[in-house]
Design a protein around this ligand. Structure first.
Ligand code: SF4
Length: 196
């Protein structure tokens, strides 16, 4: 038995998952040259459904609820991700948010985050996310030249202007909230996810 085995046996106990990533849309409206989803050898995304079906949203919410109940979790975090999750559109996004909030139930607080490239983040979506208390992460690679070096549209032009506009919208009241206060009293900030 190795030292590591002994440490594992002595100290490690399984820890229930508390964060779930739902890839609700599997395509993207940008064509970043470093994207690990769309530019690398693994191209299985081509044969997968472009967006998450409602039945899958409901099944995922039921499974999260079951897990939270089994492990008596006071809170879980769900991250809506992609591809680009805003491509799902406001109707499907609202449906997904409603399902997550209603199926998981009141014993567990569901903190919801969304990681986006920002291109479609308009006021209507921001109102929807404010209503559902969704924390939003926007992917930005720095100032214009750094961002536009890699985060480009299909025609090769940079996305900085669109993202900067989205960030200005996000920075205005009532969407600007500063450090995020969760309903369970814990503080948190939106985290950068690997793509989006
Ligand atoms: S925005 Fe994200 S998912 Fe879309 S191409 Fe860029 S890195 Fe990939």
């Amino acid at each position: 038995m190795t030292t590591m085995d002994k440490v594992v046996i002595k100290r490690w106990t399984p820890y229930p998952f508390r964060q779930f990533i739902l890839k609700i849309h599997g395509r993207c409206d940008l064509a970043c040259d470093y994207c690990y989803v769309f530019t690398k050898a693994d191209d299985r995304w081509r044969t997968r459904p472009p967006f998450m079906a409602r039945s899958t949203m409901r099944a995922a919410a039921r499974r999260i609820a079951e897990h939270a109940s089994t492990h008596r979790l006071p809170s879980v975090d769900v991250v809506l991700h992609g591809g680009e999750p805003l491509l799902a559109g406001p109707t499907e996004l609202a449906y997904c948010l409603d399902v997550l909030r209603s199926v998981v139930g009141s014993a567990t607080t569901v903190g919801i985050q969304l990681q986006t490239n920002g291109v479609r983040l308009d006021d209507a979506l921001l109102r929807l996310f404010a209503r559902h208390r969704v924390r939003i992460g926007v992917s930005l690679d720095g100032e214009r030249s750094a961002h536009d070096r890699h985060r480009v549209r299909a025609n090769g032009t940079g996305s900085y202007d669109l993202v900067a506009t989205a960030l200005r919208r996000l920075g205005r009241p009532p969407y600007r909230t500063g450090p995020h206060h969760r309903r369970d009293g814990r503080r948190g900030r939106t985290r950068r996810m690997p793509t989006g």
